[in-house]
Each structure stands twice: as structure tokens, then as C-alpha cells.
Design a binder for this molecule. Structure first.
Ligand SMILES: C[S@@+](CC[C@H](N)C(=O)[O-])C[C@H]1O[C@@H](n2cnc3c(N)ncnc32)[C@H](O)[C@@H]1O
Length: 386
């Protein structure tokens, strides 16, 4: 299935990133003590769980809400650790552990650092699971940004600005400039030295507050050469322990992470000494961003660009209308088909019976029985009891 393919190729790239894997190995070996109970949040293939087991953990709770956890179970069994590990296939905030843990480890660090929601995830897990003297890997995250010239001509942005076979596709522009792009930056793309705009302590003490720390900050730059500024670049440094860290600094070696690239509405010509102020604020625990870029040229010219992921959603008024609080939109035929299949699965119908029912009632969506079978199996994979 497509999602499994995506998960497998993604996790293969993570395992192949020796810099990342070795750093976590060193950190886990120095933090996990024999007899410890460990939670690995976002265990993926189980590689960090394996390190914890080999370091002497008495038990590890390996948690992942993606299909990759099925592979983690096989890999753990293959390496003789199945008995020592409990795999939990759900989001950590929905998971309950039967005992408190000594160590929480989580590699849910995104391209700019926070978009995989590591901050609220660790905040929640520390409060519910960690022993009073417990330890967390990573213990801090520093988020960096700089004004950048875009790595290559960027078709994802430029395509909307020119006609395609004579047709005007410019309605795509406002959406395209309000997206986070993952690209690979090199030092020559930076128009000023990168600066840390947010330092996030992830120690149990720092996460003891009533809400997760906010991911937000501003940095002001002096442009160091004439160039075209396309937007903002972002990366991170993570302190896994007091002495082990990882960074995706563009000047460092290539890693499995991409760099965050945030566009501005129009690329602008900048000169040495121009000032660029960048403010970044994450919403939704880190997954969404608002960014504001203020350019001040030497002659007093100023441009302000304000963007957010919200503006990048293809949320036309027609699409949003059914979401109004007083709307009672009912279900589309697609919704009816899903309701039918889940209701019948829940009532104990077999996969074949549900598929035949779908094929008969929703022939426009499932013209063949095979189409219906593929659909029902997908639903069962996601929602069946076991
Ligand atoms: C970057 S991968 C890391 C995988 C593995 N730990 C490693 O180091 O190779 C992050 C994984 O975390 C999972 N994940 C992210 N947030 C999660 C959460 N709150 N609860 C459970 N799984 C989560 C994702 O499904 C993904 O498989």
C-alpha cells in the first residue's frame, strides 16, 4: 500500500543516516542504565529501542502510531528483544503505560525542529510517565533561521507564474507562497549568518509548566552580499545529552533531514548591509507556522511579508462553508460509503459481505467488486478491532 511504501522508504533513509543513528546510540548508551524502564516515542523501526535494550533497559515501551510499528515488532523479535519490549501502536498522547519510566527518548524532530510536535509530545509524556528523577533525550532544541536565496529555480513556486500551454494558472500563487518547503540549503544560499530564534529546554523541569513551551522567536540580520532573497531558511541543533548533539546546519554534513524553506510573496533584490527581520511562530504544537519577514533597504525602503500555512490550505469559501458552526451539511456519497462500510464491519459483516454491499449500493464509486474489496480492506486495516 502507498502509505506503507512511503513509511518504508522514509525509515530506510533514517536508518541510513549514520550521523543521526550514531548520535542517538551514544546518547542512549550514556543515559540508559541497567534495569531502567524506557519509553521510545515514535519508535519507527525500533532502532532506538534496540539501543536501549542493549544498554540494559529492563523494559522498553516502543510507541508509534504509523504502520512502521509492524516492522519494529519483526525487527525486535529478530534480534531477540521481543519479550523485553511492549509495542504500542497509537499516538503517545493516547497511550497509557502500566508503570512509570526512567528515560523517555524521542526522535520526533522535524526539519525545522518542531513540526513533528516534539514539544507537546514530550511535555505530555513527562507529566504522565516520567519518574521524578527521570531523564529525557533530547534535552534541548535550538531553532535557527536566516534569509536565503532559494537553492535552485523552484518549480513549485515559479510554475504558477507562467502560462501552462497558454493557460493562466496564477490562482495557484497565493497558495504556493504559503507553504513550508523542505529543501537542501548550503552555506552559499544564506544571505547572513544563521541565528537561533528559539531555545527550547526539554528537561522534565522545563516541561513541568501547565502548557507546553511556545515555539516562537525573532532574529534580525544584516545581509552580507548583494543577492535575490527568496525567503527564509530554517534548521536546528538538538542537544541529546549535555555532551552529544546533532545539527542540520547547512555548513555541516548532509543528514536525512531537509532544511525548511519559507517563501516570501515576491523575491526581492537585497544589498550588503540591508536589514532583514524574521519572526517565526508555530501553531498547532509546531506543525504549522506563521512567518513575517521585514526587509529594510539602505535608502529607507521597507517591505513586509506575512505568511502562514493557513493561507496555503486550498480553503476556498465553497470548501469551508460546510464547516460553519451552524451548518448541517450531511454526508456526501463518499461519506455515505464510508459510514456504510464501518457500520457493517462493526456489526460483524465479513469483508466480502461489506464489499458486495458497497458494490451494489455505490456502484458509481465501486464499479467492480474488486474496487470495493480494496476499499474495505483499507478501512479494516485502519479501523478493525484487531
Ligand atoms: C523521525 S521518525 C523516528 C523513527 C525512529 N525512532 C528512528 O529514530 O529511526 C518519527 C516516528 O515517530 C512517529 N510519531 C511521531 N509522533 C508520534 C507520537 N506522538 N506518538 C507516536 N508516534 C509518533 C512517526 O509515526 C514516525 O514513525
Amino acid at each position: 500500500m502507498y502509505n506503507d511504501y512511503v513509511a518504508l522508504t522514509y525509515h530506510a533513509s533514517l536508518l541510513a543516516d549514520e550521523y543521526r543513528v550514531r548520535a542517538f546510540q551514544t546518547a542512549i548508551e550514556s543515559v540508559v542504565r541497567p534495569g531502567d524502564v524506557v519509553a521510545d516515542i515514535g519508535c519507527g523501526t525500533g532502532i532506538l529501542t534496540l539501543f536501549a535494550c542493549r544498554a540494559g533497559a529492563r523494559h522498553v515501551y516502543a510507541i508509534d502510531d504509523g504502520p512502521i510499528i509492524e516492522l519494529a515488532k519483526l525487527i525486535l523479535r529478530q534480534n531477540g528483544y521481543a519479550e523485553q519490549v511492549t509495542c504500542i501502536d497509537r499516538p503517545s498522547h493516547q497511550a497509557a503505560l502500566p508503570e512509570p519510566v526512567d528515560v523517555i527518548v524521542s526522535e520526533t524532530i522535524g526539519n525545522y525542529g518542531a513540526e513533528e510536535r516534539i514539544v507537546p509530545t514530550l511535555w505530555d509524556a513527562c507529566r504522565r510517565w516520567l519518574k521524578p528523577e527521570g531523564r529525557v533525550i533530547p534535552r534541548a532544541l535550538e531553532l535557527y533561521c536566516a534569509p536565503v536565496t532559494w537553492p535552485e529555480p523552484e518549480p513549485a513556486l515559479t510554475v504558477w507564474r507562467q502560462p501552462v500551454c497558454g493557460f493562466d494558472v496564477s490562482p495557484g500563487v497565493p497558495f504556493a507562497i504559503s507553504q513550508q518547503y523542505a529543501r537542501r540549503l548550503r552555506p552559499e544560499h544564506l544571505l547572513a549568518e544563521g541565528q537561533c530564534y528559539s531555545r527550547l529546554l526539554l528537561t522534565p523541569e522545563a516541561l513541568a509548566g501547565p502548557a507546553p513551551p511556545k515555539v516562537t522567536g525573532t532574529a534580525v540580520f544584516q545581509v552580507n552580499r548583494p543577492a535575490v532573497m527568496h525567503g527564509v531558511g530554517g534548521w536546528f541543533r538538538a542537544a541529546l545529552t549535555a555532551s552529544v548533539g546533532i545539527t542540520t546546519d547547512p555548513a555541516g554534513s548532509q543528514t536525512s533531514w531537509g532544511h525548511l524553506c519559507l517563501p516570501i510573496a515576491e523575491p526581492i533584490r537585497v544589498e550588503t548591509g540591508d536589514e532583514v527581520a524574521i519572526s517565526l511562530t508555530s501553531v498547532g504544537g509546531g506543525s504549522l507556522l506563521r512567518w513575517e519577514v521585514t526587509w529594510r533597504g539602505a535608502g529607507g525602503a521597507t517591505r513586509i511579508f506575512r505568511h502562514s500555512d493557513f493561507e496555503g490550505w486550498l480553503a476556498t469559501p465553497e470548501r469551508l462553508r460546510p464547516l460553519a458552526e451552524d451548518a448541517a451539511p450531511g454526508l456526501s456519497s463518499k461519506g455515505q460509503a464510508q459510514l456504510f462500510s464501518l457500520t457493517k464491519l462493526d456489526a460483524g459483516w465479513t469483508i466480502g459481505q461489506v464489499a458486495r454491499g458497497l458494490h451494489e449500493r455505490f456502484a458509481d464509486q465501486f464499479p467492480t467488486l474488486e474496487d470495493a474489496l480494496v476499499y474495505v480492506k483499507g478501512q479494516a486495516l485502519k479501523f478493525a478491532r484487531s
